[in-house]
Design a protein around this ligand. Structure first.
Ligand SMILES: *Cc1c(COP(=O)(O)O)cnc(C)c1O
Length: 429
């Protein structure tokens, strides 16, 4: 039985009227009006790529226009006299960003791009010694993270093949078992310097137990850092309470802040007043009160802000600021509650096609976010192309996975029903 609601227990049904009834009672349904949902030849497109590039929120343009206006009318004085003074810009994002990841505002800063921030965090938190030098990560981590970790090992004069421990699923399984991750941490307890994993794996859609992994890493004296590219704006995170050391994320996936958008960084408040922590510094991380005195001698700002390098990238940050306002209003806990139902509905619909496809994402809602990853037994690419021709846009990941990510802000239960309808025609059911 698929109970989708504890308050009004009911079972999913594969029918248009059922899907529409869920949409009608969905308190978040109105949010899709705040986005440019796609159309092709005047027809609605079911967009399932929010895990790759979130749709454009309609408030993005006004946010950019405001900054263009201040630049046009004030020139350099926009730094001080703009509506949102540019010299203070990061402050306008930290509170809402902190809510999204479950942190204190002082633990969060928005800056740069994801991979750059990952390197900045590794500079501060990966301190290999002769005996304790290993980095633990998923074997199928996103390539940028693999390149980043390899190059970090080399930067310290280490051979990546010796320094990096890759976690692989058991033979015949698609995802990692938490117990296996924890056992590996224990097994490498004397040599492990850092665990650096995704919050949600981009390929399998598996969400990791970050709290348990952090606890296990700390128990052996290692650091726990996470790349939340696929987790931020998707899961309900509690980085502070989980005692995570650091995290980084991008803002253009579930956080809908535009192509190449800015990135977020979390640094646990345990490191807030630690000027002794080595970092690659820049003037924007320097004590704000003295920043424009142009003096020598770096004195970091308290908290995550002390890792900033450059003056704020106003345009991508303006979009992110606008997007975060939508998250603050909708509430990440409400979005997550809808997301569990929406993805549960997709899973229910896909189960009718078990003989043709395998869902490799865990079926436990705690171990996944929006995304379901599907391996088609025969010719997955043909199914992918068919869905696209029917105005249903999932994405294709080599070598053999179709990823579908219904997003609670702008996807509907009817969208999910339409996927099932297309599959029925394709598989002649
Ligand atoms: C999307 C993604 C990236 C992309 O990195 P950028 O620096 O934003 O280009 C990196 N790592 C993970 C895990 C991702 O999912």
């Amino acid at each position: 039985m698929h109970q989708i609601d504890n308050v009004f227990p009911m079972e999913y049904q594969n029918s248009l009227s059922f899907a529409q009834a869920l949409d009608q009672t969905d308190p978040l349904a109105k949010y899709k009006e705040q986005f440019y949902t796609l159309k092709k030849d005047g027809k609605h497109v079911v967009y399932l790529c929010g895990n790759s590039l979130g749709l454009q929120p309609k408030n993005a343009k006004a946010a950019i226009d405001q900054e263009l206006k201040d630049w046009a009318e004030l020139g350099v004085d926009g730094h001080f006299d703009g509506k949102n003074p540019w010299k203070l810009y990061h402050h306008f994002l930290t509170e809402n960003a902190a809510k999204v990841v479950g942190a204190k505002p002082s633990e969060v800063v928005i800056m740069n791009n994801l991979t750059a921030n990952l390197h900045l965090m590794m500079v501060s938190f990966y301190k290999p010694t002769k005996t304790r030098f290993k980095i633990m990560m998923e074997a199928t981590a996103f390539p940028s993270d693999q390149y980043a970790m390899e190059s970090q090992a080399r930067f310290h004069g280490l051979d990546p093949n010796e320094a990096i421990i890759e976690l692989k699923p058991r033979e015949g399984e698609f995802t990692l078992r938490t117990e296996d991750v924890l056992n590996e941490i224990e097994r490498h307890k004397d040599s492990l310097a850092i665990v650096m994993m995704g919050g949600v794996n981009y390929y399998s859609g598996q969400a990791f137990d970050m709290q348990a992994i952090t606890k296990a890493a700390h128990a052996v004296g290692a650091i726990a850092g996470f790349d939340l590219a696929h987790a931020a704006g998707n899961l309900q995170l509690s980085l502070h309470d989980w005692d995570v050391d650091f995290a980084v994320w991008c803002t253009y996936k579930y956080l809908n802040s535009g192509p190449g958008g800015t990135s977020g960084v979390f640094v646990n408040e345990r490191f807030a007043n630690r000027p002794d922590i080595v970092r690659f510094a820049g003037w924007w991380g320097h004590d704000e009160k003295e920043r424009f005195l142009m003096k020598k001698g770096f004195k970091p700002m308290e908290g995550a802000a002390g890792w900033q390098l450059s003056n704020a990238q106003i345009f991508p940050m303006a979009i992110h600021k606008a997007s975060l306002e939508i998250f603050a209003e909708a509430g990440i806990e409400n979005l997550r509650a809808k997301s569990e139902k929406l993805t549960g509905f997709l899973e229910f619909i896909l189960q009718d096609f078990k003989e043709y496809l395998t869902i490799i994402t865990p079926n436990d809602p705690k171990q996944r976010g929006c995304q379901l990853s599907i391996i088609v037994k025969e010719n997955g690419k043909a199914l992918f192309d068919y869905l696209c021709s029917q105005n249903i846009i999932p994405d294709w990941r080599e070598p053999d996975v179709i990823r579908m990510s219904p997003v609670p802000l702008y996807n509907s239960f009817e969208d999910v029903f339409l996927i099932g309808n297309a599959l029925k025609i394709y598989f002649k059911r």
